[in-house]
Design a protein around this ligand. Structure first.
Ligand SMILES: *[C@@H]1O[C@H](CO)[C@@H](O)[C@H](O)[C@H]1NC(C)=O
Ligand SMILES: *[C@@H]1O[C@H](CO)[C@@H](O)[C@H](O)[C@H]1NC(C)=O
Ligand SMILES: *[C@@H]1O[C@H](CO)[C@@H](O)[C@H](O)[C@H]1NC(C)=O
Ligand SMILES: *[C@@H]1O[C@H](CO)[C@@H](O)[C@H](O)[C@H]1NC(C)=O
Length: 215
């Protein structure tokens, strides 16, 4: 009798487990979001620190370091159009711009479709409200196959961090103080002083990608 019950339970569980293995976890999609991003590597605990705005529909990103944290890191002002494969390096002080070709559209806020699901884990204690954070981890190869990434996102797909291992370097992007939606849509528009620029020549051997801008 006992054995039969165990067998029945086991048989009921089997198809579920089986189904779970077959049901591939699909990478989730981040909604529009505004927040803070920090970038660090093993040499430099603050390579960049600043506010970002991400339009997930248009796949556009603005990142400005030092805006609220003067002198925290090197100055960067980037406006990235991942779909178009174009980005701008903006210098608001002297109202100058460089328009460049983006060779890979991989970036830290979108889990690539071919990412492999690794695990779901918790930071802190998930059984106490406000003391835990559930997140899932995904891994894959960076677009030009020079390294790997591990990306962590919350249940609602908000970015937590992304770790890149490449050659002998490790670069970590972390995200904080996220708010839903786009607070200032104008930051995703090309400033008037950048209008009409042509795309600069990329010198031989230079690869422009989101990751390379921070290396
Ligand atoms: C994200 O923001 C853009 C620009 O404001 C808007 O066009 C788009 O509809 C928004 N997407 C979502 C999912 O809210
Ligand atoms: C930032 O650096 C500049 C030049 O080095 C200096 O004049 C300024 O006082 C610094 N600002 C802060 C808030 O530390
Ligand atoms: C603007 O300033 C940046 C950095 O200070 C410099 O590299 C660039 O050449 C300047 N551009 C113009 C048009 O003055
Ligand atoms: C890049 O390399 C190719 C071939 O090696 C050469 O023909 C071309 O002129 C180079 N371009 C630049 C911008 O240096």
């Amino acid at each position: 009798m006992h054995a039969a019950v165990i067998l029945l339970v086991f048989m009921c569980l089997m198809p579920t487990t089986h189904a779970d293995h077959h049901h591939h976890q699909q990478p989730c999609h981040l909604p529009n979001v505004t927040g803070l991003m920090t970038v660090m590597d093993l040499q430099d605990p603050v390579k960049a620190l600043g506010g970002f705005t991400y339009d997930s529909t248009g796949n556009k990103l603005r990142f400005r370091s030092n805006e609220n944290f003067p002198n925290a890191s090197r100055h960067l002002d980037l406006l990235m159009f991942f779909e178009e494969g174009i980005f701008y390096e903006i210098n608001s002080k002297n109202q100058s711009c460089e328009k460049k070709k983006l060779h890979y559209n991989h970036h830290a806020l979108r889990i690539p479709e071919d990412a492999q699901f690794l695990a779901t884990m918790n930071l802190g204690n998930p059984s106490i409200v406000g003391e835990g954070l559930e997140f899932s981890m995904w891994e894959g190869s960076v677009a030009d196959n020079t390294g790997k990434y591990v990306i962590s996102v919350t249940k609602g797909c908000l970015p937590v961090s992304i770790l890149y291992y490449r050659k002998s370097t490790t670069v970590i992007f972390s995200f904080m103080n996220l708010e839903s939606g786009i607070k200032n849509p104008e930051v995703l528009e090309v400033p008037s002083f950048c209008g009409g620029l042509s795309v600069e020549e990329t010198s031989n051997g230079t690869v422009n990608s989101f990751l390379d801008l921070f290396m």
